[in-house]
Design a protein around this ligand. Structure first.
Ligand SMILES: C[S@@+](CC[C@H](N)C(=O)[O-])C[C@H]1O[C@@H](n2cnc3c(N)ncnc32)[C@H](O)[C@@H]1O
Length: 182
């Protein structure tokens, strides 16, 4: 990835961490796949957490790790969360089995074929300039036969207020209110 864009995304999320946690305080203590609140406890997109015992699970763009922390609490997996923003990571709880590192999705400091599962819940992928390279990085760390679940929003999502109850298109698509830059 473009190093300059990575630095911009890091500064954006460092600056936005407090607001993000204030706005989403009511659901950042569990694993939801999206603001529409698809709960992993019910959806089981990663399977039965008890079957992840002894496995290595990587989350990309984990933020303050609501998803990774939930998974670590509900399984005996080794859960490794990466995020580009230290201000987001600092807000994560300490949970046994949960390991957090600052890293860009485009360059994960993780060995080849070492992860059984790689997932991301709105962890920055929609904003990358080179999604192909980031997907190659997922493929590199994932062991053969491993699985990956990556949730992203549709590009037009930002014409709606950031509230799943409010589905009136209210924000011009081409305004820059939601761009991750300074
Ligand atoms: C919408 S938040 C979601 C955080 C978390 N998954 C959650 O459910 O609360 C997006 C996260 O992606 C991270 N992010 C953005 N660009 C990134 C990149 N290039 N590499 C890694 N993380 C990135 C941000 O720092 C932020 O924490």
């Amino acid at each position: 990835m473009d190093k300059e864009l990575g630095a911009v995304q890091r500064r954006h999320w460092d600056a936005d961490a407090a607001r993000y946690h204030e706005d989403h305080a009511d659901y950042l203590d569990t694993f939801f796949w999206c603001p529409e609140r698809l709960a992993e406890a019910e959806a089981r997109l990663l399977g039965d957490p008890t079957e992840l015992a002894g496995r290595t699970v990587v989350e990309v763009g984990c933020g303050s790790a609501p998803c990774a922390a939930w998974l670590a609490r509900h399984s005996s997996a080794r859960v490794v969360g990466f995020d580009i923003s230290m201000h987001m990571l600092r807000r994560a709880p300490q949970v046994d089995g949960l390991h957090l590192l600052q890293a860009d999705a485009a360059s994960l400091p993780f060995p080849e074929d070492a992860a059984d599962v790689v997932f991301s819940s709105f962890g920055g992928y929609p904003f990358l300039s080179d999604l192909g390279s980031a997907m190659a990085e997922v493929a590199r760390v994932l062991r053969p036969g491993g699985s990956s679940v990556i949730a992203v929003n549709h590009p037009t999502a930002w014409i709606f207020p950031d509230d799943p109850e409010e589905l009136t298109a209210a924000i011009p698509y081409f305004q820059d209110a939601y761009l991750e830059w300074e």
